[in-house]
Design a protein around this ligand. Structure first.
Ligand code: HEM
Length: 461
């Protein structure tokens, strides 16, 4: 099976630890879409970049796969929440919170999304035309604002800096720790958290914000708001977590609740922020697509801002976001450990192997995408057929939200949020890259534009 051996394998592992995305791209360019890399004594890392691999590992034979060892540093940082837990704990929590994220319920979050985007636009209105802003930072604060209000009924605007520093540091530490031969127990978890806090210069880390969110709601409940059916937060995620129990099982512990709040705070804002940043960068680099976007917004909305109901009337806006997530999937790699030996589309996988399914490589696979590196949202308007290939879409050729039962629970939330935010911003502003070309991605756990994405803010005339 293709892949490096001996010294070349050690060098490839070193490259992966330093710069995982470049490492993946180089391995794929050299060895193709089915690669084996010796990883630890008796164990191998498999990089499998075809849709049929994704379908098998994430869905068809998902019972044979668990979240990989590579998620352990992440677990050390956000605890044992939905993203990192397994088994009965995961099943119970997923069942519990699923209704909050149904397509229908998510539309009730629309006003939080548009209000937050309008507040951002009002702040931008006070800046001089042509001001250069850090778009990645602004999108991250906006997405955190939305998650805070929609899911926890909390205003997190004053926590944005602290949370973003904690998450930056956490991501770097998590990637560094991924390939270290650590025994993961309470001590290594504590050490990793402490190191991430020092690196991010945040004495409280994410826990400080999580603690305030939970105690704030408890205090409001003690103050009598709990008897009021119209109380703030009724039916939001925090409410569901705090009132879990009854015939469905015992209440969640404070630690359980804290881990879910930290998980949703991270998973619910970092990825959407990246998707919006990449979208704005790509629109600046492809003015024809931006003009089409502006024409759609002008004709569908006139001089008003979008509401949740408008999302279906904005097919080009959606296609632009989808195409941005194809080229720059925020969750760019998905990893699993095989429990028993398996065969994945003809590839033999021994028990215990680490298997990586990389949306970044699958979304750019030339067998499944015409002009894979080109930006063309029209692909997402075509019905049934992958344009330019004359073949039907493979369901797993486009997997920004993963697949199978561990697929993203927040997909509908993210789809609505990105469309509403993009529509609110692009109706008023054009953002121009300050340098030619799309910035190189910085890949840790998520795929971000490097260097904060400076862009020039111009009012639409
Ligand atoms: C563009 C935005 C987003 C992208 C690209 C994205 C991507 C993903 C992917 C690929 C997974 C599966 C990971 C795996 O299989 O190992 C996932 C899981 C998850 N996502 Fe998202 N996500 C996004 C937005 C959100 C939002 C808005 C929320 C919450 C409000 C969220 C919460 C979660 C959670 C809790 C999980 C774990 C689900 C489980 O294992 O049951 N995500 N996401």
């Amino acid at each position: 099976m293709p892949g490096p051996h001996g010294a070349a394998a050690a060098a490839a592992l070193g490259a992966l630890a330093r710069s995982p995305l470049d490492g993946y791209v180089r391995l794929a360019a050299r060895y193709g879409d089915t690669i084996r890399l010796p990883y630890s004594p008796g164990n191998s890392f498999y990089l499998l970049s075809r849709p049929e691999h994704a379908e098998h590992v994430l869905a068809a034979n998902q019972d044979n796969y668990v979240k990989a060892v590579t998620y352990r540093p992440l677990r050390a940082l956000v605890g044992d929440g939905l993203l990192t837990s397994e088994g009965e704990r995961w099943r119970r929590h997923r069942r519990l919170v699923q209704p909050v994220f149904s397509r229908r319920h998510v539309t009730t979050f629309g006003p939080f999304m548009t209000d937050a985007a309008q507040r951002l636009a009002a702040r931008w209105d006070r800046l001089a035309d042509g001001t250069v802003i850090n778009v990645a930072g602004q999108m991250s604060a906006l997405a955190l604002d939305i998650v805070g209000l929609a899911l926890f009924g909390s205003d997190l605007s004053s926590d944005a800096d602290q949370v973003s520093r904690a998450i930056d540091a956490g991501q770097r530490v998590a990637v560094m720790a991924t390939f270290l031969p650590l025994r993961w127990g309470p001590r290594s978890t504590r050490a990793l958290r402490a190191f991430a806090r020092r690196l991010g210069r945040t004495p409280e880390g994410v826990e400080g914000t999580v603690g305030r969110i939970v105690s704030g709601r408890r205090a409001a409940a003690r103050g009598g708001a709990a008897d009021d059916p119209g109380r703030a937060g009724a039916g939001d995620l925090l409410d569901v977590l705090l009132t879990a129990g009854g015939p469905d099982g015992s209440p969640l512990t404070d630690a359980d609740i804290g881990d879910e709040v930290a998980t949703f705070m991270l998973a619910g804002h970092e990825t959407t922020a990246n998707s919006l940043s990449w979208t704005l960068a790509l629109l600046s680099a492809h003015p024809w697509a931006r003009e089409q976007l502006e024409a759609e917004l002008d004709s569908a909305l006139g001089d008003r801002d979008p509401e949740a109901d408008d999302a279906d009337k904005l097919p080009w806006t959606r296609a632009v976001v989808s195409e941005a997530m194809r080229l720059y999937p925020p969750a760019w790699t998905i990893e699993r450990n095989a429990l028993a030996a398996d065969e994945v589309a003809g590839v033999r996988i021994p028990a215990g192997s680490l298997v990586a399914i990389p949306p970044y490589l699958i979304h750019r696979h030339p067998d499944f995408w015409a002009d894979p590196a080109g930006f063309d949202p029209r692909r997402f308007l075509a019905d049934g057929e992958a344009p330019g290939t004359g073949r039907p879409w493979h369901r797993y050729a486009y997997i920004p939200f993963g697949g199978g039962r561990r697929a993203c629970i927040g997909a509908s939330f993210a789809e609505l949020e990105t469309v509403l935010v993009l529509a609110t911003i692009a109706r008023r502003y054009r953002l121009e890259l300050t340098v030619r070309g799309i910035p190189a991605p910085a890949a840790n756990i998520t795929l971000r534009p490097g260097r904060g994405l400076p862009m020039r803010l111009l009012r639409r005339s």
